[in-house]
Ligand binder design. Structure first.
Ligand code: TRH
Length: 394
């Protein structure tokens, strides 16, 4: 599997989950090639247990071999000997790998796994072949690359979902009070407020608007925010001059902000499971919040031409079941409020009033989120579908 870490941790986050599932649930021997070794080590840090050896350029972790994809790209030649090559998010394979793939008999199965979207065209593109002409040493060879598109319906590639995930969430949610108490004690909270939020959005206007809405809210709440850029902006929104360290708790009126360390993906899943509302972003945290079966707000990755708003609306409309049977009054009202808030927030607008309106709808949104989780869990998971697409399913 080839992954370029473009920005943030979404690309490596999805790639790492997929690699692990291929290795542990499907018995594949997996090598993950990453272009930005330092960023990969930062992301994997909570799993490493010791300072990463940056110079080593290769690592065996949880059944997966992780290797640096260097700029000269010569050393990825042996990757072509794999039976399956997965190109994550159209990252473009090294020329040397492509030429070696063309020289293999039979050619490796080549899959381009794309970004997630709820738009209609996803089902049309999913599974289509894309012939690629490769100039070999003495001849031209055509390799078939196959599009694989994740999605929310059974005519797409589905979503990443490990086998024990849903049961794991049930267990965490059964222990929710105990897990919250542990966090409260660890952070020395004065009291355990009734509303728990996790906050992992992009920094900038939207974070400022959300913080404003949260601090204007009269109801007590605790909000867990990761250390780094977000927590630093939060501190400045609260008028603090120093950057908060992980483990700090910033109180403002009725809300207590917990500055949390960057944790492993499994620990992040647990956090999502025990919160009443999760504010997530990008691709992977967005999907994980849906598996938690709790209400969410989605801060979509912004694109210059504004196309992200179409993508946002496609998801909102699918999630709210606009094409399905009519909803009960309470659920319909909750979803209408949620759609308005989520959209306006992503447009960079102030959301104080909408946040205020949303709070009484949280129980209805919770029950909707649980139904949505169950509905998604009936679909085949992405990794199993990918394995079927390779022809190597056992
Ligand atoms: O980091 P992101 O903003 O990634 C984005 C998106 O993938 C986007 O689609 C892509 O185009 C862009 O990158 C380049 O958000 P995302 O997708 O949620 O990825 C964050 C990962 O970090 C996810 O795997 C969850 C994980 N995570 C932890 O493991 N521990 C933590 O403490 C937190 C807060 C996140």
């Amino acid at each position: 599997m080839f992954c370029r870490i473009i920005d943030n941790f979404g690309d490596i986050g999805v790639s790492w989950r997929l690699c692990q599932q291929l290795a542990t649930e499907h018995g594949f021997v997996v090598t993950l090639w990453v272009d930005d070794w330092r960023a990969a080590m930062r992301f994997l840090d909570p799993l490493l247990g010791s300072e990463p050896d940056i110079a080593s350029q290769a690592l065996q972790l949880q059944g997966v071999c992780i290797r640096h994809w260097p700029e000269d790209e010569q050393s990825c030649v042996e990757a072509a000997q794999a039976a399956v090559i997965v190109e994550m998010f159209g990252c473009e394979l090294p020329e040397t790998t492509l030429r070696s793939m063309a020289a293999q008999q039979p050619h490796p199965c080549w899959i381009n796994l794309e970004y997630l979207s709820a738009e209609h065209w996803v089902a049309e593109l999913h599974g289509l072949p894309s012939p690629q002409t490769i100039q070999g040493a003495d001849q031209t060879v055509t390799l078939q690359k196959q599009f694989f598109l994740p999605g929310f319906t059974d005519n797409t590639g589905g979503l990443l979902r490990e086998r024990p995930l849903i049961t794991q969430h049930q267990t965490w949610q059964n222990e929710q009070d105990v897990l919250r108490d542990k966090l409260s004690n660890a952070y020395g909270l004065d009291s355990t407020p009734p509303l728990w939020l996790s906050l992992f959005c992009y920094s900038g206007n939207s974070l400022a608007n959300l913080v404003e809405a949260l601090i204007q809210d009269a109801e007590p709440a605790v909000c867990i925010i990761p250390t780094g850029k977000l927590a630093n902006q939060l501190a400045s929104e609260l008028g603090l001059s120093s950057e908060p360290a992980p483990g700090e708790c910033l109180s403002h009126g009725n809300i207590q902000f917990i500055v949390h360390p960057f944790v492993s993906q499994a620990d992040y899943d647990r956090l999502l499971s025990i919160c009443d509302i999760n504010i997530v972003r990008g691709e992977d945290s967005f999907v994980r919040a849906q598996w938690a079966g709790k209400p969410l707000l989605w801060h979509i990755y912004p694109q210059d031409d504004g196309v992200h708003l179409d993508k946002l609306q496609a998801f909102q409309s699918l999630y709210a079941g606009e094409a399905g049977p009519a909803k009960s009054g309470a659920e319909a009202a909750a979803l209408a409020c949620w759609q308005a808030l989520n959209f306006r927030w992503n447009c960079g607008d102030g959301i104080e009033n909408l946040w205020h309106d949303l709070r009484p709808h949280l129980p209805a949104l919770h029950s909707h989120a649980r139904n949505w989780q169950q509905k998604l869990a009936e679909l085949p998971d992405l990794t199993s579908s990918l394995v079927r697409a390779t022809g190597f399913a056992t």
